[in-house]
Write a protein that binds this ligand. Structure first.
Ligand SMILES: Nc1nc2c(ncn2[C@@H]2O[C@H](COP(=O)(O)OP(=O)(O)OP(=O)(O)O)[C@@H](O)[C@H]2O)c(=O)[nH]1
Ligand SMILES: [Mg+2]
Length: 295
C-alpha cells in the first residue's frame, strides 16, 4: 500500500536534498509535484490543496531555507503535516463501563464487515471466560450466518445466530447481547448486513438498531480500494447513522491510499484499524504517525 505515492514523494525529496540551499521557487516546484502525486494517489482534491498550502506556509520565509539541511527540513514538515491529516485525536476502541460493550459494524456490501468482525473478535480475545461473542445480524444474505459461524469455529470464538425465517435483526441482536452477558464476554460484535448502495431502507434499519442497542462503538468498514467512493460513503453513514470510528479494509491490495489520506479530514471520523489481508490476523491498529512515516 502507498508504494507508488511514497516512491514519488521520495524522488521529489531526493531532488530537494541534492540542492543544498533552497529558494522559494525550488519549494514551489517541489510542492507542485507533491500535489500531483497526492492527486494521482486519489487523495481528495481539497485535502491535497490544503495540505500543500500548509506545508508551503511553513516552508516559505522560515529558517528552513537558510538552514543546514533544507531538504531534510521540508521532509520533516511534510511528515508532520501528513500525520496531522491522518490524526483525529482518538484512534482507540473504548470499552466503557458496561459489560458487554457492544461494537456494531456497518458498511456497504462486500466492504469486509464479516471478515473484520472475526479479526476484531480475535484482536479483543482475552482467552477462556473473556472471549468476544459475534452476532450474525445479517439476515438478508442466506450464506451470511454460515460465513460467520465458520469463522467462529475456525477461531474458537462464540457466534450467536437464530433462524432467519423466524427472527428479526433487532431480536437476534438483543438476544445475542444477552447471551454475551450470560457468557461474561467483555465485548460483543454485531455483524450487520450491507447493500450495494446507500439506501433509505438500510439507513433506517441501522439507525433503529443503533437506537435500540446503544452501542459503545459504531464502526464503518470501508473498502480502501474504492478510493473517494469510500470517503463519500463514510460521510453519508456518519451523517445518517453516526459513527465512532472507521476501519479501512483491503489496504493490502492495490489501493492507492487516497481513501486513507482523505477520509479523516473530510469526515472528522477517526480510523481505528486497517485491514491488510483476508486472514483473521490481518488487522493493524491505526497510528497516524507510523503511517505517515511509512509514506
Ligand atoms: N485482501 C483483503 N481482502 C479482504 C479484506 N477484508 C475483507 N476481504 C475480502 O473481501 C470479501 C468480502 O468480505 P466480507 O467480510 O464478506 O464483506 P461483508 O462486508 O461482510 O459483505 P456482505 O456481508 O456481503 O455485505 C471477502 O472475500 C474477504 O476475504 C482485507 O483486508 N484484505
Ligand atoms: Mg457480511
Amino acid at each position: 500500500m502507498f508504494d507508488s505515492l511514497s516512491n514519488k514523494l521520495g524522488s521529489v525529496f531526493q531532488k530537494l536534498s541534492n540542492r543544498g540551499r533552497l529558494t522559494d521557487k525550488d519549494i514551489d516546484e517541489a510542492l507542485k509535484e507533491v500535489r500531483v502525486a497526492l492527486l494521482e494517489a486519489d487523495v481528495n482534491f481539497k485535502v491535497a490543496r490544503e495540505f500543500v498550502a500548509k506545508v508551503k506556509e511553513r516552508c516559505m520565509g522560515s529558517e528552513v531555507l537558510q538552514g543546514l539541511n533544507p531538504g531534510q527540513q521540508v521532509v520533516k514538515i511534510v511528515n508532520e503535516e501528513l500525520t496531522e491529516v491522518l490524526d483525529a485525536g482518538d484512534h482507540q476502541l473504548h470499552h466503557g463501563t458496561q459489560s458487554p460493550a457492544v461494537l456494531m459494524l456497518v458498511g456497504l456490501q462486500g466492504s469486509g464487515k464479516t471478515t473484520t468482525a472475526a479479526k476484531l473478535a480475535l484482536h479483543l480475545d482475552r482467552g477462556p471466560g473473556q472471549k468476544t461473542l459475534m452476532v450474525a445480524a445479517d439476515l438478508r444474505r442466506p450464506a451470511a450466518i454460515d460465513q460467520l459461524q465458520a469463522l467462529g469455529a475456525q477461531l474458537d470464538l462464540p457466534v450467536y445466530s437464530e433462524d432467519p425465517a423466524s427472527t428479526t435483526v433487532l431480536n437476534v441482536t438483543k438476544n445475542g447481547i444477552k447471551e454475551a452477558a450470560k457468557q461474561g464476554c467483555p465485548w460483543v460484535i454485531i455483524d450487520t448486513g450491507g447493500r450495494l448502495q446507500i439506501d433509505d431502507e438500510l439507513m433506517a434499519e441501522l439507525t433503529d438498531l443503533k437506537k435500540a442497542i446503544n452501542p459503545q462503538e459504531t464502526i464503518l468498514v470501508v473498502d480502501a480500494m474504492t478510493g473517494q467512493d469510500a470517503v463519500n460513503a463514510a460521510g453519508e453513514f456518519n451523517k445518517r447513522v453516526g459513527l465512532t470510528g472507521l476501519i479501512l479494509s483491503k489496504l493490502d491490495g492495490d489501493a492507492r491510499g487516497g481513501a486513507a489520506l482523505s477520509i479523516t479530514s473530510v469526515t472528522g471520523v477517526p480510523i481505528k484499524f486497517m485491514g491488510v489481508g483476508e486472514k483473521s490476523d490481518a488487522l493493524e491498529p491505526f497510528y497516524p504517525d507510523r503511517l505517515a512515516s511509512r509514506i
